[in-house]
Design a protein around this ligand. Structure first.
Ligand SMILES: Nc1ncnc2c1ncn2[C@@H]1O[C@H](COP(=O)(O)OP(=O)(O)OP(=O)(O)O)[C@@H](O)[C@H]1O
Ligand SMILES: [Mg+2]
Length: 377
């Protein structure tokens, strides 16, 4: 070939490209075609045969709309009309019918041409089936969760009343007959009252847990320092009894539901004050730091620590690592904390080691400003 013959050189290049293109066209697992505005396929690749089961002759002789599921034909016609207007389409999903009667969901992209339009179809049947299955599972899970929450609320609520009766009649009995009772009987009565009181705490915690689960937090600006001071006031007797030293560093103002954040801090600081070796009073520090788009509040102690294997499960309901005679509690506190953190769109986690103290970190993301509202939220 004469290297100066640019026309021949160009033709050779085009010829070479066309060969590559034809191979790629034949190999594509996606359905590729040039479809005429007259309703017939002009050029289509092998994927049409292998995926739909129709022969090349059948595909060439059939109007392509006959392949589309009858319920999707009107919308498909509308999409073709858009292509005829020179528009492109992306991710148009419709059903195609295979020769054996099976139905495949295809996602199409298409672009216009002079006498034909060009389409690429990808089989998304498996993806859609999976999405459908996932959506169904999520719905079933949400229903079960809602039922469980209703159950927890109703059960704990309905248990309150009979328990109140038991406690008040025990009190009455103690007041009326206390002097006439011998030591053994007084001890029994005391144990019964103690049990009723523990059950009261348990029910209150369960009610609190289901309330946190049911109500979305109403966030507002919270002065964390003032909130921690309130919590320390409530925990005053425990702090005094355990001879705990609580150090509070500079704390920011953040967006949260104040009652829920106070509950979270009350449990974390309460735990930090509680779980120390009997021979050494605890030192507790409360700190907070800003990260991008969030605030991390940390309650750290120098107490007994938590084995690595238990660091996840302590956040589950009723999980306690010690007997009640060693450390009091119902094992709901951290489950409530986790719920509160999650309801705020955040999370809670612990860093700890046996005998090395614990640091509980609560990450609270800033509220993203919603567009279109004057206050920005
Ligand atoms: N700061 C801590 N140091 C060591 N262990 C801890 C600490 N905080 C929690 N734990 C362990 O995790 C368990 C669960 O904590 P959680 O606050 O849920 O329950 P609780 O304090 O025992 O009871 P409740 O908070 O319901 O009165 C505790 O029983 C304890 O074993
Ligand atoms: Mg606790």
């Amino acid at each position: 070939m004469d290297p100066t013959d640019t026309a021949a050189a160009a033709e050779a290049v085009v010829g070479g490209d066309a060969g590559h293109l034809a191979r790629l066209f034949a190999m594509s697992p996606d359905l590729l075609a040039a479809a005429g505005f007259d309703g017939m396929l002009k050029l289509f690749n092998d994927a049409w045969e292998t995926q739909l089961g129709w022969s090349r002759e059948e595909l060439g002789a059939k109007p392509y709309l006959d392949l589309v599921h009858p319920d999707d034909r009107a919308e498909t016609r509308a999409q073709i009309a858009r292509l005829a207007q020179g528009e492109t389409i992306a991710e148009y999903v419709c059903r195609l019918m295979c020769k054996d009667g099976a139905i495949r969901w295809m996602a199409w992209s298409g672009g216009p041409g002079d006498e034909a339009f060009y389409i690429v179809g990808r089989d998304v049947s498996d993806r859609l089936a999976m999405e459908h299955e996932l959506a169904q599972r999520a719905e079933r899970l949400a229903n079960t969760n809602a039922e469980l929450q209703d159950f927890a609320y109703t059960a704990s609520h309905d248990l309150s009343e009979p328990l109140r009766m038991v406690a008040s009649f025990l009190g009455l009995l103690e007041r009326r007959t206390g002097d006439a009772l011998d030591d053994k009987a007084r001890e029994y009565l005391h144990q019964a009252s103690d049990g009723a009181l523990r059950m009261r705490h348990l029910i209150d915690d369960l009610l609190l847990y289901s309330r946190v689960a049911n109500e979305a937090p109403r966030r507002e600006q919270v002065d964390l320092r003032a909130l921690v001071d309130d919590v320390l006031g409530v925990l005053g007797p425990a702090i005094e009894q355990e001879r705990a030293q609580v150090v509070v560093q500079d704390l920011p103002v953040l967006e949260a539901e104040p009652t829920q954040l106070a509950q979270l801090l009350q449990n974390l600081i309460g735990n930090a004050v509680k779980f120390h070796p009997p021979d050494r009073p605890p030192t507790v520090t409360v700190t907070a730091r800003r990260t991008i788009g969030a605030c991390v509040v940390t309650v750290a102690d120098d107490g007994i620590g938590i084995p690595e294997t238990d660091q996840e499960r302590i956040f589950a309901m009723f999980t306690r690592l010690h007997g009640r005679d060693e450390y009091a509690g119902t094992g709901i506190g951290l489950a409530i904390c986790r719920r509160i953190a999650e309801r705020h769109g955040g999370r809670i986690y612990v860093e700890s080691g046996v005998g090395a103290g614990s640091a509980f970190h609560t990450l609270l993301p800033d509220t993203p400003a919603a567009p279109g509202t004057p206050e920005g939220r």
